[in-house]
Design a protein around this ligand. Structure first.
Ligand SMILES: CC(C)(COP(=O)(O)OP(=O)(O)OC[C@H]1O[C@@H](n2cnc3c(N)ncnc32)[C@H](O)[C@@H]1OP(=O)(O)O)[C@@H](O)C(=O)NCCC(=O)NCCSC(=O)CC(=O)O
Length: 535
């Protein structure tokens, strides 16, 4: 009996080892593949989308009337300080419509951040809430008090407040929301609210570097809804890059909340701030460039630097216009935007959403063209040459006298201009009836008048330095001006105390067809003639 059992067992073992065992390896390999795939699907970082955003449009009651404002300041400041502040205000690039909180005007406050309900997402569908406000911390926090309590958000919400992180905190909040969203179930929503409460931070002393804050900062705010679901999304978040230079003492001290000699608290803005911002930007570019620029382009830029300009000691900055169509630079002050424009080699049009007055005069025709609205570029026949070129829109200088190939005019123009320029302005050019001329904008619109026209550039002028929300006012400006197209990339560059340079790259999925409420009633006035404004 025992012998029989042993026999059967031996036979079974033999059969298993010759028929099933070789296939067990395949089974193991298959199971391993499934486990790895599931692990990859669960752990891979999900894309994060911007569903909608809204900027706060302060009521006109909050506007700073420079005449009244300086009259009020006269009550407690000496003539010398007043004339310094008047000078700064005149040169700051802020217009006459910027706003300050009610406490500085004695008008009852408005609590709502946005009067429009722009999405169909209900308050109880929000899973994450992040509020960033640098200057003011409250107990309970702004997330609890102003938002969760007021809008009755659900109890399981993950809420966080960021304070003291400076004007670049808006992008830090977006990065934090992205990380949290990636740990939650598909389709979760995160609401980011970026604002600044200036009331308690008004500086009443005489120190110039601290008075600067009163001149530049204005009230504002933006609400941004993010999700991991692509449905109804308007932008896709491509990259977030954070750089901090706080390890260096000078950078750490360049935006500092402190007391002056007389004990007045205020924010001190160092004269080194612009140089520090340049250094922080340089470090940010080093990380951002390989993420956004094609490898071949990076290689050619490096080759150019190595072989053509060996004697130049200038930092090699690639042309980002090849990969990015819209630049939103923190409206920190005229000098900050100037520095970024110089560093990145951007045109006036490219910093248009952020900037302050600049002159667009060179190359403008002395008189309007014979037919209204015609022509940015006049192409003379099939073997044409650009006979006349205006700076409206601006063509890259190297294209000024290019001989065009014997192709059809549209293609010839396209061949003659810089690819980035074409992406930005091409869709707005239309061919004249003769096929030999091109119009910019609507045919029939009048050509801008001759002479020096100063263009106010835009967010800083209309809203002032609204801290972390300024980048959203700039994005909204691009959309209100109908500059945004599907597939366009937007590069937001924020600066903030520390000193930090944080940036985000977005890809447009669905441009807005209407202006954000903050710009809706004033977008038609931009660009405006600075001469008409009180200074
Ligand atoms: C203030 C300006 C608009 C003035 O521009 P202009 O080019 O017209 O003139 P300018 O630079 O020659 O300066 C004019 C006068 O102001 C004085 N001045 C300029 N900056 C000063 C400072 N930080 N402290 C004290 N005085 C200052 C100059 O000495 C000069 O005085 P005099 O005439 O007597 O010689 C510009 O300098 C500017 O934008 N600066 C950067 C502002 C800034 O720091 N923004 C960041 C805010 S913080 C932020 O947004 C985010 C964050 O970091 O968290």
């Amino acid at each position: 009996m025992i012998l029989k059992v042993t026999h059967i067992f031996q036979y079974g073992l033999l059969t298993w080892s010759t028929t099933i065992a070789p296939h067990i390896h395949h089974l193991w390999a298959f199971l391993l593949l499934i486990v790895v795939t599931i692990k990859y699907l669960v752990q891979r970082s999900r894309s994060v989308y911007l569903v909608e955003y809204a900027c706060f449009g302060p009521h006109s009651n909050y506007r700073v009337n420079p005449t009244t404002w300086f009259k009020t300041l006269r009550l407690f400041l000496d003539d010398d300080t007043i004339s310094f502040l008047r000078n700064i205000f005149r040169r700051s690039g802020l217009g006459n419509e910027t706003c300050l909180p009610s406490s500085l005007h004695y008008i009852p406050p408005i609590h709502s951040l946005s009067r429009d309900a722009k999405t169909s997402v209900k308050p109880n569908e929000i899973d994450i809430l992040i509020v960033n406000c640098s200057c003011t911390t409250m107990i309970p926090s702004m997330t609890d008090m102003i938002i969760i309590n007021r809008y009755k958000l659900r109890s399981g919400i993950r809420n966080t407040e960021l304070s003291g992180m400076g004007c670049s905190a808006g992008l830090i909040a977006v990065g934090l929301a992205r990380n949290l969203l990636q740990t939650m179930s598909y389709g979760a929503h995160a609401l980011v609210v970026s604002t600044e409460i200036l009331t308690g931070k008004y500086y009443a002393g005489r120190k110039r570097s601290m008075q600067l804050t009163n001149m530049l900062f204005r009230m504002g705010g933006a609400a941004v809804l993010l999700s991991t679901s692509r449905a109804n999304a308007r932008f896709e978040l491509m990259h977030i890059v954070r750089k901090s230079t706080s390890a260096q003492d000078s950078a750490y001290h360049c935006v500092f909340h402190e007391e002056d000699e007389e004990g007045n608290l205020g924010l001190n803005l160092s004269k080194d701030l612009v140089a520090t911002a340049g250094e922080a930007l340089k470090s940010n570019i080093t990380t951002t460039a390989p993420l956004v620029l094609p490898f071949s382009f990076l290689l050619s830029t490096i080759a150019q630097k190595v072989f053509k300009k060996t004697t130049s000691t200038k930092h090699c900055v690639p042309n980002f216009s090849f990969a990015v169509q819209h630049f939103c630079v923190h409206a920190g002050g005229k000098a900050v935007i100037d520095a970024v424009q110089r560093s990145l080699n951007l045109s006036d049009e490219q910093v248009e959403p952020s900037r302050t007055p600049a002159t667009v005069a060179a190359g403008r025709p002395a008189s309007p063209p014979s037919s209204p609205g015609v022509a940015a570029i006049d192409v003379g026949g099939s073997r044409g040459r650009i006979r006349r070129q205006t700076r409206w829109p601006r063509l890259p200088p190297r294209e000024a006298a290019v001989t065009l190939p014997g192709a059809e005019a549209g293609r010839a123009v396209r061949a003659g201009v810089d690819a980035a320029w074409w992406r930005l302005h091409g869709p707005r050019l239309s061919k004249g009836r003769s096929g030999r001329s091109w119009s910019y904008g609507k045919v029939g619109s009048t050509w801008p008048s001759s002479g020096r026209i100063r263009r106010k550039k835009k967010t800083l002028h209309r809203f002032g330095n609204t801290s972390s929300s300024s980048l959203w006012y700039e994005m909204a400006y691009c959309e209100a001006k109908q500059l945004m197209r599907k597939g366009d990339r937007v590069w937001m560059i924020g600066f903030g105390s520390g000193y930090k340079c944080n940036s985000a790259v977005w890809k447009c999925i669905l441009p807005s067809h209407s202006a954000d409420s903050a710009w809706a009633n004033c977008i038609h006035r931009y660009p405006m003639d600075v001469a008409k404004q009180y200074v």
